[in-house]
Design a protein around this ligand. Sequence first.
Ligand code: MEV
Length: 437
Amino acid sequence: MNNAVAGFSKLSKKEKIDWIANEYFSTPGEALNIIRNYWNSDEKLQQLHDEFIENTITNLYIPLGVAPNFLINGKYKTIPMAIEESSVVAAASKAAKFWAARGGFKATIIDTEKIGQVHFSFNGDAEKLQSFFQQIKPKFFSDTQSITKNMQERGGGILDIQLKDKCNLLENYYQLHATFETKDSMGANFINSCLEQFAATLKEEFLDSALFSEKDTLTVIMSILSNYVPNCVVRAEVSCPIEELAEKHITNPQEFAERFVQAVQIAEVEPFRAVTHNKGIMNGIDAVVLATGNDFRAVEAGVHAYASKNGQYTSLSHAKIENGIFTFWLEIPLALGTVGGLTSLHPLVKLCLDMLEKPSARELMEITAVAGLAQNFAALRSLTTTGIQEGHMKMHLNNIINQFEATDEERHLIKTHFKKTAVSHSAVVEFIESLRK
Ligand code: MEV
């Protein structure tokens, strides 16, 4: 079948859905029902969601959970987390409780600098370009005044602009490399608007300059922020005397601490393990980033680039034992915003930020990094003690029960049975089948 379609974006929502249902489903009515079941009954709210993107047909729900009891820099927080993976919120809550009894999490902002670049090609004398750049540098600032005025009033703006010669990488390749402080906004629109103005100024001034001959050419290729933000970094940490690590699953805290540190060291030296280790951190980070309406793709891309900054992909977290003290920490780049974007537009995002007591972007960076560290702690604690499947499968039990559309009575019997028995997919299926015989 040829499923190509012309002018799809111009169709009405109903026409789009009908086209999808008829084109791809043998029972279009069923497909239509599923699509409509996920519409919000409040039409205005549905319209708001429809307009976030193009060609919206319905909403995809992701559970929004909360992990309470996070003691961060001496204050308790309940952290909202949007995630589909069964065990993540439970693990975060457990880690929060564990560390609240041991002094809590400490979080500090290392820096909040953002980056944007104008990429251009220039064929001519590099030294002339450098003196041209020095001459016109103030113009980049004055030409962007109308864009930067509000940001400057909030204490942010353009920090610096440099000309970078990248001809060793690519013939005639240069950049304007600019740094920004964007305060409580993630700053993507602000940065991109500034960069596009820099590009316009660069082209205009080049044409007007007497420094260059007719043979010299300058072509702007593109202007865009970078999601790699190695100077927009937050540190989260937990520590306590080794003997205080003792609890139900940690009967020998010294042995636990040593094994835990070894597990982190493996992720520091071994990329296959580092990727999974960092994925565990991102379980916490992404869930908070999503719940607070931030751009999780930007965060993901930036975080993994940071994890490879020394030439080999490595662990984002570290652990040590020194003078009988166990310390576990992570440093992570997070370009987050608490104003602009979806933050005031999406009612649930706004609710999540209110639940976090309207944090500044710096505070949200701290909270998010802590959620990542907590998640990493919970995963490593399970991995180095009971194994990951015990907790994971306990949480996954509900998914299996739902898959088999168990009745309330069956649900009760299954849950009671698996309180004492190890959960595995086949064991649950067998048990359900025995109930139904
Ligand atoms: C699963 O989502 C995350 C873990 O694999 C993380 C880890 O291995 O550290 C459990």
